[in-house]
Design a binder for this molecule. Structure first.
Ligand code: PEP
Length: 257
């Protein structure tokens, strides 16, 4: 039996894709049909899909359901928003929070990210907190500073008990997303260690051990294994490659071997 500490998380982020429920079913069903090949207590496979499709899929299948966002209030006059209760009720287990595309296009701030993490935890789901620097910040040597700020502010007033066994952190250098370029495995390992250091300043050793750190940005079936094996991280957040069933299954299978 794999210990939680050793579990690998393979999380797909479909973003605003595919264009229809039919297409979503085709991709998801193909993944689920291959699920027997992915079955392992070592792996947790998750697909974070658009809200609209979530209730059409089996939340008890081999692949867990995730959302890409939520709102921090539980109900009321918040046009266009979705609450944690709504997501939990359709079987969502994981919620991506603070993705760089939401920070960039929707003006999501660290304060909003903090409120969303609290709402996600209150709703009984696991937040996947995204952090990462832009290319300019990296060139200016500010990557570490950015990640420290994003983490400290996102976790403000959140207790050890709140996040134990729940929080996941995804390091997603913004310049690596959708670009076909990834940082070196040494760079990723360095950021992983930095994240652990920040977490250990804020919380106990148990929290450091119980918080999986994932890498995201241009992951494919070709580079996925090294991005985990050579960095000491605990999984991957995958955009483009998660929209192709065969590619996503191929990535998961690399870790089942
Ligand atoms: C993402 O947007 O979370 C991501 C990692 O995208 P991609 O894999 O396409 O780079």
């Amino acid at each position: 039996m794999t210990q939680e500490k050793e579990k690998i998380y393979i999380v797909g982020n479909w973003k605003m894709n595919p264009p229809s429920l039919d297409d979503a079913e085709t991709i998801f069903d193909e993944m689920e049909n291959d699920a027997y090949r992915m079955r392992s207590d070592k792996i947790e496979a998750v697909i974070c899909m658009p809200y609209l499709f979530l209730s059409d899929f089996d939340a008890k299948g081999e692949i867990k359901l995730g959302a890409q966002n939520l709102f921090w209030e539980s109900r009321g006059a918040y046009t266009g928003e979705i609450s944690s209760e709504m997501l939990r009720k359709v079987g969502v287990k994981y919620v991506i929070i603070g993705h760089s595309e939401r920070r960039k296009y929707l003006g999501e701030t660290d304060e909003m990210v903090n409120l969303k993490i609290k709402a996600c935890l209150d709703g009984g789901m696991r937040p996947i907190l995204c952090v990462g620097e832009t290319l300019e910040e990296r060139k200016r040597g500010e990557a570490g500073e950015v990640i420290i700020r994003q983490l400290e502010q996102a976790l403000q007033d959140i207790t050890e008990k709140d996040i134990y066994g729940k929080l996941l952190i995804a390091y997603e250098p913004i310049w690596a997303i959708g670009s076909g370029t990834t940082p070196s495995t040494d760079d990723i390992m360095g950021v992983g260690l930095l994240i652990k250091k920040i977490i250990s300043k804020l919380y106990s050793r148990e929290i450091v051990d119980s918080t999986p750190i994932l890498y995201g940005g241009s992951v494919t079936s070709q580079n996925c294994f090294d991005l985990v094996d050579k960095t000491g991280l605990r999984g991957l957040l995958i955009g483009g490659a998660s929209l192709e069933a065969r590619e996503f299954v191929g990535i998961v299978k690399e870790f089942v071997k």
